[in-house]
Design a protein around this ligand. Structure first.
Ligand code: NAD
Length: 687
C-alpha cells in the first residue's frame, strides 16, 4: 500500500493499481507508487509476472504538465523506467480510458500492452509544441516502424484501441469492462508459453531496414509540408524518430532529450502550452458557477436555411439532435436542405461518413415553411438576413410561438443582441450564438451575453458548445463581438498600407510568412469585394474596384488577376486602381514597407483592439481573445494569438509604433489606455 498505489498478488501475478484522481497523471506521487510497487514485486519470488493497471476513469492519462520546467523530485522518471524495463519479470500495461503522452510512454516501457476496445492512446506532445520526451520517439519506431511512428507522433491524434492493435501499438484487445481479468489471462499465457522477455529498447527488426535510408522521412516531410509550415515541433519530432532509426538506443534517448529541451525553451512551445490552457479556460464564466442548472436542449429550431443556417443545423444533426429548419418559401427550404445533403455526400466521397449515416442525419431534419412549427423547440437559432428590422420582427414572433423557457439565439455578426432582445417580452432568454463560416467546420462559437441574459441561459450555451464539439468564447454585446472586431484593424490597415505604395502581394506574403493561411487581399478576393464594398455611399477603394467590374475571384479578379485554375498573379489593373484612389485621397507615397514593418503595422493595431475589448469588458480574458482569433481567423497558434504575441514582442515597443501610426494616420491608432498602462508598468496581458 502507498498513498496512490495498491499492490496485490493474485495467483502468482503482481497487480500494481494506481489510483490518483482525476486522471492518474504521471506526477511525483505516481512515480513514488510505481517505484514502490515494482521494487516490491521484483523482490517477491512468488510473483512471476506483473500487471500495471489504473483505477478510476483512465490509465495514466499523461504527464503532469504542471510539473514541466519545475525541479524534478526523486524518483525521477528515468529511474522508474529503468526499474520497470530492466526487470526480470514480464510486465503488461492494462489500458482503459486515454493513455496519452507520458501515459502511453509508460505503456511502451512495459513488455506488453493490452487495452479495452474503448481505450484511446497516442503521443500528442507535438500539439504543445513539444515531443514525447520520455522515450516515446525512441520506443514507438522500434515497436511499429518509422512510417507509422511518424503518423502517430507528428499528427498527435489519439488512436482508438482497435486501430492501435492493427498498427502494432498494443498486443491484444480485452473484453470491455473486464480489463483486469483480460490482462491477467494475457500475462499467464505469456508465462505458459515461456516467451522470452522482449524489451522494446532492444528491438531493431522494424528500424533496421531503414537505417541509412532517409526516403521514408523525405516522403513524410514532402507530404506534410503544408500542415507543418511555420511549426518548429514537427521537425524536431521527425529528427528524433530519425535518431531512433540511426542511433543505438541510449544515444537516441540523448538526442531525444536535446531536441526536447530545444522545444521546451522555445517561444512556440510556450505559446502552444498557453493556448492549450486558454481553450479550456474559455468555457468558464466567472459569475456563472459550474453547477448552474442548465436547460434541456433536445429539440432545436433553426430559422433560415442559407449559408449559416444550413451549417448550424448540421452541427445538431451530427450530434444526433433533431432540427426543425424553417424558411420563408418551399423553394428556399429545398435549396437549403439540398445543400446540407450535398455537404454530407462530399464527406461520403472523402470516406468520412457512410451513406447510411448521411440518411440517418438527413432524417433528423424537419423542414418547414413559416415559424409555427418551432413551438416545441427548446432552442431556436435565428440565421436570417443581417437586418435589424427583420431580426426584431422574427424575434417578436418567435417569442409568442415558443415555450416561455425556450432559449432564443441570434447568429448575427454585428447587430446588438440587446436591441434584438428588446423585441421580446423575455429578454432574459435571448443571447447570441455566433457561429463562424463554414459553421459545420469552424470550432469557434462566440456566446454573446446580453445585458438581460439569464445565467442559466449562458450556462446552457456553454454546455451546448461542448455537445457540438465547439470551443465557446464568451462575449458581451458590441459591434463585431470579439473575433471580427479584433481582426478588423488588420484589414483596414492592409488597405491603408497598400495606398502608401506597398503592393498587395508583399503584404499578403508577409502575413503568410507570419503564419496566416492567406494574406488579407487574397481573403478579400475570396470573399468577394461586393460583400462589404456596397455598404457605403461614399467613394472607397472597394467601390472603385467594383466600378471597374472587379468583384474578386468570382468575377474579373480583384486585388489579383486569376487564371482558370484560380491561381493568383499580380494585377497591373489593380495597381492602377489603387494608385488612382491614393491620388484622389492625397495619400503620400512611401517606400515599400519591409515584411517586419508590414507585420507590425497590420498586427499591432490588432493587439490594441484587443486591449480595448478588455477595457470595455466585451472580452473577459486576454486568453479568450487569443482563442477567438486562432479558431476564428486561423491566427497561427504557435504565436499564442494576438495578446500572447503582443506580450512576446513587448508592449512598450507596440505602444511606440502605435503612437507613430497615430501621428501619421489619426487617433484611431492611438494606444488604448490599458495598453499604455501595462506597457508603462512593464506588465503583460497573458503572463
Ligand atoms: P443567407 O442569405 O445565406 O441566408 C439567410 C436565409 O434566411 C435565406 O435563405 C432567407 O431565405 C432566410 N430568411 C430570411 N427571412 C426569413 C424568415 N423570416 N424566416 C425564415 N427564413 C428567413 O445569409 P447567411 O450568410 O446565412 O447569414 C445569416 C446570418 O448569419 C446573418 O445574420 C449573418 O450576419 C450571420 N453570419 C454570417 C456569416 C457568414 O460568413 N455568412 C458568419 C457569421 C454570421
Amino acid at each position: 500500500m502507498n498513498a496512490v498505489g495498491t499492490f496485490t498478488v493474485e495467483d502468482g501475478i503482481g497487480l500494481i493499481t494506481i489510483d490518483s484522481p482525476p486522471v492518474n497523471a504521471l506526477s511525483h506521487r505516481v512515480r513514488v507508487a510505481l517505484d514502490a510497487g515494482f521494487r516490491k514485486f521484483s523482490a517477491d519470488p512468488a510473483v512471476k509476472g506483473i500487471v500495471l493497471i489504473c483505477a478510476g476513469r483512465t490509465f495514466i492519462a499523461g504527464a503532469d504538465i504542471t510539473e514541466l520546467g519545475k525541479p524534478i523530485l526523486e524518483p525521477t522518471l528515468r529511474e522508474v523506467v529503468d526499474l520497470i524495463e530492466q526487470g526480470k519479470k514480464p510486465v503488461v500495461a492494462a489500458i482503459h480510458g486515454t493513455a496519452l503522452g507520458g501515459g502511453y510512454e509508460m505503456a511502451l516501457i512495459c513488455h506488453y500492452r493490452v487495452a479495452v476496445p474503448s481505450a484511446q492512446m497516442g503521443l500528442p506532445e507535438v500539439k504543445l509544441g513539444l515531443l514525447p520526451g520520455g522515450g516515446g520517439t525512441q520506443r514507438l519506431p522500434r515497436l511499429v516502424g518509422p512510417e507509422i511512428a511518424l503518423e502517430v507522433v507528428i499528427k498527435g491524434d489519439p488512436v482508438p484501441a482497435p486501430e492501435a492493435l492493427r498498427l502494432g501499438m498494443i498486443d491484444a484487445l480485452t473484453e470491455e469492462g473486464n480489463l483486469k481479468e483480460g490482462a491477467l489471462a494475457f500475462i499467464r499465457q505469456v508465462l505458459a508459453d515461456g516467451r522470452p522477455l522482449q524489451r522494446i529498447r532492444d528491438r531493431t527488426d522494424k528500424t533496421g531496414p531503414h537505417k541509412g535510408d532517409s526516403s521514408v522521412f523525405d516522403a513524410f516531410r514532402r507530404k506534410n509540408a503544408h500542415a507543418m509550415r511555420g511549426f518548429l515541433a514537427p521537425e524536431n519530432n521527425i529528427k528524433a524518430i530519425e535518431a531512433a532509426v540511426e542511433l543505438p538506443f541510449d544515444a537516441g534517448i540523448a538526442r531525444e532529450h536535446e531536441l526536447f529541451q530545444e522545444l521546451l525553451e522555445s517561444t512556440q512551445s510556450a505559446a502552444q502550452r498557453y493556448y492549450f490552457f486558454a481553450e479550456r479556460e474559455a468555457s468558464k464564466v466567472s459569475d456563472v458557477p459550474a453547477d448552474t442548472p442548465v436547460r434541456p436542449v433536445e429539440s432545436v429550431g433553426v430559422l433560415g436555411a442559407g449559408t449559416m443556417g444550413g451549417g448550424i443545423a448540421m452541427n445538431f444533426l451530427n450530434a444526433g439532435l433533431p432540427v426543425t429548419l424553417a424558411e420563408t418559401t418551399q423553394e428556399n427550404l429545398d435549396r437549403g436542405v439540398a445543400t446540407i445533403r450535398r455537404n454530407y455526400e462530399a464527406s461520403v466521397k472523402r470516406g468520412k461518413l457512410t451513406q447510411a449515416q448521411v440518411e440517418e442525419r438527413m432524417a433528423l431534419i424537419n423542414g418547414v415553411v413559416g415559424m409555427e412549427a418551432l413551438q416545441g423547440a427548446d432552442l431556436v437559432i435565428e440565421a436570417v438576413f443581417e437586418q435589424m428590422a427583420l431580426k426584431k420582427e422574427v424575434f417578436g414572433k418567435l417569442d409568442a410561438i415558443v415555450r416561455p423557457d425556450a432559449i432564443l439565439a441570434s447568429n448575427t455578426s454585428f447587430l446588438s443582441i440587446d436591441e434584438i432582445a428588446q423585441a421580446t417580452r423575455h429578454p432574459e432568454r435571448v443571447l447570441g450564438l455566433h457561429f463562424f463560416s463554414p459553421a459545420n467546420v469552424m470550432r469557434l462559437l462566440e456566446v454573446v451575453r446580453g445585458a438581460a441574459t439569464d445565467k442559466q441561459v449562458v450556462a446552457t450555451a456553454m454546455k451546448l458548445a461542448k455537445t457540438l464539439r465547439k470551443v465557446p468564447v464568451l462575449s458581451r454585446v458590441g459591434p463585431g463581438f470579439i473575433a471580427n472586431r479584433v481582426m478588423g484593424p488588420r484589414n483596414r490597415q492592409a488597405e491603408a498600407v497598400v495606398l502608401e505604395g506597398t503592393s498587395p502581394e508583399h503584404i499578403d506574403e508577409a502575413l503568410y510568412d507570419f503564419g496566416f493561411s492567406m494574406g488579407p487581399f487574397r481573403m478579400f478576393d475570396l470573399i468577394g469585394l461586393d460583400v462589404t464594398g456596397r455598404d457605403s455611399t461614399e467613394r472607397t477603394l472597394r467601390s472603385d474596384f467594383l466600378s471597374h467590374g472587379r468583384l474578386g475571384q468570382k468575377q474579373n479578379g480583384g486585388f489579383y488577376d486569376y487564371d482558370a485554375d484560380r491561381n493568383a498573379t499580380p494585377s497591373p489593373e489593380a495597381a492602377a486602381i489603387i494608385a488612382a484612389y491614393a491620388e484622389y485621397r492625397n495619400v503620400p507615397a512611401r517606400a515599400p514597407r519591409s515584411p517586419e514593418e508590414i507585420v507590425a503595422d497590420l498586427l499591432y493595431p490588432v493587439v490594441n483592439e484587443g486591449a480595448k475589448l478588455l477595457e470595455e469588458g466585451i472580452a473577459s480574458r486576454a486568453s479568450d481573445i487569443d482563442v477567438a482569433c486562432i479558431l476564428g481567423y486561423a491566427w497561427p497558434v504557435y504565436t499564442g494569438g494576438p495578446m500572447f504575441w503582443g506580450d512576446t514582442i513587448g508592449l512598450g515597443k507596440i505602444v511606440q509604433r502605435l503612437d507613430e501610426l497615430a501621428a501619421l494616420h489619426g487617433s484611431a491608432f492611438a494606444p488604448a489606455a490599458l495598453l499604455r498602462e501595462k506597457a508603462a508598468a512593464g506588465a503583460s496581458f497573458t503572463r
